[in-house]
Write a new protein. Structure first.
Length: 219
């Protein structure tokens, strides 16, 4: 196993545990919230243009308004979150922070005054945008393919950034999407790749050929 592949597997394990941990926290909060008749969502969801409400942009993604709400967010959050994190936690945490802040600020600045916003869908849209753009900016073939597949399969999500559905925070979606795109740009690989000596031809064995193909994909 090459060092690159070993590092990728270790990062993937950390990504899986991190995203599962995020979901466990969100579902644990949902149980408490449900027992409180969703009082937490109204107390710690985000209301616009009040300075004392700004910190609630960080609690907003943990809260939901019903079981259908959290179920709709959980599956894409798991898939997009893992794919966003599997190459390393530092960029993932930086991207998550940018998505949360930009989604929250968009809601805080532009939502109607009486509306309380809660839900992890801003993160879902943010990770979606991050995945679509990351591979192109990093010039990584595997990530670019993941971005194309995600864009093709989940393109219907883009309807959610338009004000077409009642009771849906399209502003949170839009802000999250912009945050993910911004994170892909700001966290892109900037330095030129170090020059390397030409690699020897792989041995005739299939294992050596497979390792070379993985290395060519950026793994």
């Amino acid at each position: 196993m090459t060092p690159k592949l070993a590092r990728l597997l270790a990062d993937s394990r950390r990504a899986l545990l991190t995203v599962l941990g995020m979901l466990a926290v969100i579902w644990a909060v949902q149980v408490v919230n449900w027992m409180d008749d969703y009082g937490l969502s109204y107390d710690f969801g985000l209301m616009p243009r009040r300075l004392d409400e700004l910190p609630d942009m960080f609690t907003m993604p943990l809260l939901h308004f019903g079981w259908g709400h959290i179920e709709a967010n959980s599956w894409p959050l798991f898939v997009f979150g893992f794919l966003s994190a599997y190459r390393g936690m530092r960029k993932f945490l930086g991207a998550t922070l940018m998505i949360v802040v930009l989604s929250g600020l968009t809601v805080w600045l532009f939502e109607r005054p009486e509306v309380v916003t809660a839900g992890a869908s801003g993160l879902v849209y943010g990770y979606f945008g991050y995945l679509v753009l990351r591979g192109v900016l990093d010039r990584n073939l595997l990530d670019a393919v993941i971005g194309v597949v995600v864009a093709a399969v989940y393109s219907y999500l883009l309807i959610g950034v338009l004000p077409v559905a009642q009771g849906v925070s399209w502003l949170g979606h839009l802000g999250g999407l912009l945050g993910g795109l911004a994170a892909a740009w700001l966290l892109r690989n900037r330095g030129p790749k170090a020059a390397a000596a030409p690699a020897p031809e792989p041995a005739a064995g299939s294992r050596a050929a497979l390792l070379k193909e993985l290395d060519d994909l950026g793994l």
